[in-house]
Design a protein around this ligand. Structure first.
Ligand code: SF4
Ligand code: SF4
Ligand code: FES
Length: 250
């Protein structure tokens, strides 16, 4: 079986796709290990748990984000590093942005509320708490091509986890932190949701955060834009004053 690996060597500034012949019926991670043992011990990639829970082995397979330890290899698969961050070597990328994004979006307990936690309260934040910070959603998000300051899917999903946490008494503070380059900058394309190995739905979490933002007095900036300079002050609601409702606004 053939595997193609995009390799980047920062010392020589070389970026090339290399083919390797390997045994089939393996996970991508096992295949990478085989390449390292059999052909080139300098091949660089990350892995920790090998069971899909540490999030360190995320990469792109034919352009789609996957965990190497949980994905089977197919003939001629092209393996590349995740996007939207600097490649250090081969499949290893710089993860410096991770703590920065989490810090900026206030995704930690700010002020503890002394309260009783029920099973339902736990359930409410259970899904978002399962994020393994694999960066797959971050890599799949198209916003980074136009705005590298975007807080992004996993940071926003984590923000919701704390906004919904009964133990957090400073929820509005967290909502405030995710207004700029945050909830209103997402196009709701759903790429993040499609690639999440933990079945988290960052797109819906962002919509939820928008609703909670408005409920707490923050302005919907996408509407601001449409009613402002972007649409020359005239957003068409579809309402036709001369008769009837025209849903298409024609
Ligand atoms: S839904 Fe939003 S956060 Fe998710 S990938 Fe699309 S633009 Fe990015
Ligand atoms: S939300 Fe999903 S895809 Fe994004 S970092 Fe967390 S586990 Fe990975
Ligand atoms: S090695 Fe831990 S998730 Fe793949």
């Amino acid at each position: 079986m053939n595997i193609k690996i995009k390799r980047f060597n920062s010392e020589q500034d070389i970026d090339e796709i290399v083919d390797y012949d390997i045994k089939d019926n393996k996970t991508i991670l096992e295949s990478l290990i085989e390449v390292k043992i059999k052909y080139d011990e300098s091949l660089a990639f990350r892995c920790g748990c090998r069971t899909g829970i540490c999030g360190s082995c995320s990469l792109r397979v034919n352009g789609v984000e996957k965990l190497a330890c949980k994905s089977k290899l197919n003939e001629n698969d092209l393996i590349e590093p995740i996007k939207n961050t600097k490649v250090i070597k081969d499949l290893i990328v710089d993860l410096e942005h991770e703590s920065k994004l989490l810090k900026k979006s206030n995704t930690f307990l700010n002020k503890l509320e002394e309260t009783t936690i029920s099973k339902e309260d736990e359930k409410l934040i259970d899904t978002q708490s399962n994020c393994i910070l694999c960066q797959s959603c971050f890599s799949s998000c198209p916003i980074y091509e136009v705005n590298d300051k975007f807080l992004g899917p996993y940071a926003l999903t984590r923000a919701l986890r704390y906004v919904d946490d009964k133990k957090e008494s400073h929820k509005v503070q967290t909502l405030e932190k995710i207004q700029d380059n945050g909830v209103w900058d997402c196009t709701l394309c759903g790429n993040c949701t499609m690639v999440c190995p933990q079945f988290i739905d960052p797109k819906t979490d962002i919509m939820n955060l928008r609703m909670k933002s408005v409920q707490n007095g923050f302005e919907d900036r996408s509407m601001q834009y449409m009613t402002g300079a972007g649409f020359a002050g005239g957003f068409d609601t579809g309402f036709d004053p001369t008769g009837g409702f025209n849903p298409n606004g024609f």
